[in-house]
Design a binder for this molecule. Sequence first.
Ligand code: AMP
Length: 120
Amino acid sequence: MAGNDTIFGKIIRREIPADIVYENDEVLAFRDIAPQAPVHVLFIPKHDPIATLDDLQPGDAALVGKLVLAAADYARREGFAENGYRVVMNCRDDAGQTVFHIHLHLLAGAPLGHFGALGR
Ligand code: AMP
């Protein structure tokens, strides 16, 4: 969705600060400002600020896969893949979505329980 600018767009353009922990050609990841677990990192597409999961089209399949793969890569690099982690993507009001630029939450660093830690 072109023209969909949010606070995450400002982070991508380095207009506001963020604790960036991972980046590749298509994905940027930074620490959540209000962490819900010892590790709480957001993975976002750099070039496609799609507002919600409900706006995804079949052609976006690779993009979503790249968010997931980036999170898995980061978990391995940081050494917590073996212990485990959770990924969450919130869509609209009932899931509590607050930033309308799709993003994947990566939560780790402690037993996360069911639900809580963004499982709401
Ligand atoms: P969601 O509720 O799924 O839309 O998630 C949005 C997340 O973005 C929340 O967990 C916020 O804490 C986080 N967030 C909002 N603004 C910032 C920011 N400037 N830097 C880092 N994380 C942010």
